[in-house]
Design a protein around this ligand. Structure first.
Ligand SMILES: [Zn+2]
Length: 370
């Protein structure tokens, strides 16, 4: 059974109004999963995966509730310049759409004393009640705040939240909280991710962390009461911007469907779990390879390559140099998986051009690219 709802966002300019569409499968009261597509509106693979997933959910026997947000960012989708969607930053505020979600943690620390007890299930229920109240007490102003508010309101009481993104050019990978890294092995194995990057706090309060992090922050703040990580919240990077095809989307949607079967939200046998292709590795261990100068990059290694420390990942061609002059080599500092890189190969000094997932944490602070 499907119910489709739409939520109107407040108008930002006379004569315009955008809406968020939501498909609900199954019934509330049991386990709940939310899957949302393309919060960064120019990252389109998720929109196609949502269509394929919806088609699988339509005839399925639901044991819980699955909420599908088929396009999570109508504001970003409308930001088109010369035929290109510019969907990562809000044009008006210049804010990254996937930052500055509500930080529940300070208010929860104030409200939960006296409400937690010895029963973990009761604690989960009480904490969710408080998180809903925290949201309901806020009155979002304007379109962007309202969009973020609605996305949280739909997900705040969910057991599973999957935020579908992609990178510029990348192999399939995912991000989640460190306490969820191994727990997410079933999802990682089903999808066949090649990197599962974990951090307790990556900075800027992105959507997945706004929902996942309160659980371990509160567990740590009230150590005498059992508070499990009750929201499995992950960002899935569905390869690169150009990887929009029915064959990939069908494969990814089927993997998410089997994951939801395995987690008890959908009836039916998901079959044997494929083998895991990677273990969780620290987001603090990702090397962001930067270009030291401007020029045109030529890749020396393919995406998905296991890079050795010191190995040449790319060369930088200086178009102003005499043809045939030696090129600058961009080398990896550390060994790891080359999982992401830029698409536009004419780069500027200091620009991040490739990402390599290593095994050991070596950096801190803001861990995501902005
Ligand atoms: Zn994104």
């Amino acid at each position: 059974m499907r119910r489709t709802e739409s939520y109107l966002l407040p108008s930002s300019s006379p004569g315009t109004r955008r809406e968020l569409l939501v498909h609900r499968y199954g019934l509330p009261g049991g386990k709940k999963a939310v899957i949302q597509a393309s919060l960064h509106a120019d990252e389109l693979p998720g929109i196609l995966v949502a269509q394929h997933l919806g088609a699988l959910l339509e005839p399925a026997e639901l044991l819980g509730e699955v909420v599908l947000v088929p396009y999570a960012n109508p504001i970003g989708l409308s930001q088109v310049q010369g035929g290109n969607i510019l969907g990562r930053y809000d044009n008006n505020s210049q804010e990254n759409f996937n930052r500055r979600f509500v930080d529940f943690i300070p208010a929860l620390k104030e409200r939960l004393p006296g409400r937690l007890g010895a029963d973990a299930i009761v604690n989960v229920r009480r904490m969710r009640e408080e998180m809903i109240k925290i949201l309901e007490e806020k009155a979002p102003i304007g379109e962007l705040e309202s969009l973020r508010w609605w996305l949280l309101r739909l997900s705040v009481d969910a057991d599973i939240v999957l935020d579908l993104h992609c990178d510029f050019a990348a192999v399939l990978h995912m991000y989640c909280g460190t306490p969820l890294g191994w727990e997410g092995s079933d999802l990682a194995a089903e999808l066949g991710v090649l990197a599962n990057l974990v951090a307790e706090e990556s900075g800027g309060n992105p959507f997945d962390e706004a929902l996942g992090a309160p659980w371990w922050a509160i567990a740590r703040h009230f150590p005498t009461f059992p508070v499990p990580p009750a929201c499995f919240s992950a960002t899935i990077e569905l390869r690169g911007e150009a990887d929009v095809s029915d064959s990939l989307a069908e494969q990814d949607a089927a993997a998410i469907f089997r994951f939801l079967q395995r987690r008890g939200l959908i009836a039916g046998d998901p079959g044997p779990l494929p083998s895991l292709r990677c273990e969780p590795s620290p987001l603090e261990g990702v090397q962001m390879l930067r270009s030291p100068a401007t020029g045109l990059l030529t890749w020396k290694l393919p995406l998905g390559a296991q890079v050795r420390a010191g190995e040449v990942v790319a060369e930088l061609v200086d178009p102003t140099a005499t043809p045939g002059q030696p090129r600058l080599s961009l080398r990896a500092d550390l060994a790891g998986l080359l999982f992401g890189r830029v698409r536009q190969q004419m780069v500027r000094p200091g620009q991040i051009v490739a990402k390599i997932a290593g095994t050991y944490a070596f950096r801190s602070g803001h861990l995501l690219t902005d």
